[in-house]
Design a protein. Structure first.
Length: 456
């Protein structure tokens, strides 16, 4: 009876949802949000030089953004269970624009970090609410194509971000990167008009849980990047308090019943590893190209662009394959391409810029394939009751993986001080080879289940 009820709910929602208009424009918003991240990756060497920052400190420009982004993503997803998605996305867009204005006029590291943090809070509305919106209103047989639209926008953002960011940084200065992000203001009227207005419910938001999650992850990141014992001590205490807290309240920030499910934990771990690899590469690649091959920000963007733009166009086909053949085959190929990419980065990327270009092509294709199919699988795995919380937890796990990827990569660069830079990056990528193998193992174990990937 419950399954019939969910089908009836989805059919009713589908009739009120302008899929052909909302999906492509949401993909455009996702592209702008990702550009907001990748533009700064290219500018990091110049920002670090201007403020005399070490690679570890500079990495926190991206790491702090990723932490706040992850927390905000699940916050929007949890709030979507109580508040209309339309109002939440308008709030996020407005905050993103205001933070961009602050960043445009920032001329100190403190103001830069402040602007980036508030940008993260605003920008998180689009990916977090996008997956919930599509899962809520689009039937399963077409959902893979819709998810791939977001993946396409994400890949396009990864491709355009370095080019646009490199050009703006080289010719106008890094402050103009903030102005570019404000473009999102011009597409929000479409969401205000066409995203269905849902019923508002009494909000039960677990603020204490969100704070405990943020402190736990930040403490752990500080420990792995500084080796200071006190952040680890604080992190372990807050993790214990968090687990006790979420098991005692009615509407927790993170649902413990989902974490108790082995299949869901496996899917979260796959998201974590894929984002770890991708964000680590987007942080390390500009430094590699700048310090080993002496390329300008504009040249760095043009080297990254081909792989990402080809993947953006391929994402539509990826979505069709998901709908036709299932998530499993796309997930496995995505993990394989990630493995091939890190092996290439470890062996040939330090020989020429063409090696970097080819290596990143497989990285971009693998990341897009794995994240689209994994998100679609999670949307099938979850019940409607847990859709907002579960999709938010997936985004949270992914961006925490990205934060760890950037933080640990920055720390490894500092630890290898005195080593030839080409060898530094080679060592890092040899270590990263473990993560795609973990993803392939998790996909194999999950595929042995009676549902989901087992059907592909």
């Amino acid at each position: 009876m419950e399954a019939i009820t969910e089908i009836e709910i989805l059919e009713t929602r589908e009739k009120s949802f302008n899929e052909k208009l909302i999906v492509p424009f949401w993909s455009l918003a996702a592209m702008l949000v990702v550009m907001n991240t990748t533009m700064f990756n290219v500018a990091l060497p110049r920002v670090a030089h201007e403020f005399s920052l070490s690679p570890t400190i500079a990495s926190w420009i991206v790491t702090a953004y990723s932490i706040i982004f992850g927390i905000a993503t699940i916050t929007y997803s949890r709030l979507s269970d109580f508040l209309p998605i339309r109002k939440l996305v308008l709030f996020g867009a407005l905050l993103l624009v205001l933070a961009s204005l602050l960043g445009y006029f920032a001329h100190s590291f403190i103001l830069l970090m402040t602007a980036r943090i508030f940008q993260a809070i605003g920008a998180a509305a689009f990916p977090g609410l996008g997956y919930v919106l599509f899962s809520r209103y689009i039937p399963k047989e077409r959902r893979g194509s819709a998810m791939s639209f977001i993946a396409s926008g994400t890949s396009l953002g990864f491709g355009l971000g370095p080019v646009v960011g490199g050009a703006l940084t080289q010719y106008l200065g890094w402050n103009f990167l903030f102005a570019m992000t404000a473009v999102v203001l011009f597409i929000t009227p479409i969401f205000n008009r066409h995203v269905p207005m849902e019923e508002k419910k009494t909000v039960h938001f677990d603020f204490a849980g969100s704070v405990l999650v943020a402190v736990s992850i930040t403490g752990l990141l500080l420990f792995v990047t500084t080796f200071a014992p006190w952040p680890l001590f604080i992190s372990l205490i807050t993790m214990g308090l968090l687990w006790r807290h979420i098991n005692r309240i009615r509407s927790p920030f993170i649902h413990p019943e989902l974490l108790r499910q082995k299949g869901f934990r496996q899917l979260l771990s796959i998201s974590f590893t894929s984002y770890f690899i991708n964000f680590a590469t987007l942080f390390a690649m500009p430094i590699l190209l700048a310090q080993v091959f002496h390329r300008s920000p504009m040249e760095i963007g043009l080297i990254i662009f081909p792989g990402a733009i080809i993947t953006a166009f391929a994402s539509r086909q990826i979505g069709k394959i998901i709908d036709r053949m299932g998530n499993g085959i796309v997930s496995r190929w995505g993990a394989f391409f990630l493995l091939l990419s890190v092996v290439l980065f470890a062996t040939v990327a330090n020989l020429s810029v063409y090696g970097v270009l080819i290596s990143y092509f497989f990285m971009s294709l693998g990341f897009s394939s794995l994240t689209a199919s994994n998100s679609n699988e999670i949307s099938h795995y979850l019940s409607l009751e847990h859709m907002g919380a579960g999709m938010g937890m997936n985004q949270l796990g992914g961006f925490f993986g990205g934060a760890f990827g950037v933080g640990i990569t920055g720390m490894l660069i500092v630890l290898q001080k005195g080593t030839e830079m080409a060898s530094v990056f080679q060592n890092i990528y040899l270590g990263l080879c473990v993560l795609p193998l973990i993803s392939l193992y998790l996909l194999h174990k999950y595929g042995q289940r009676d549902r989901g990937l087992m059907n592909s």
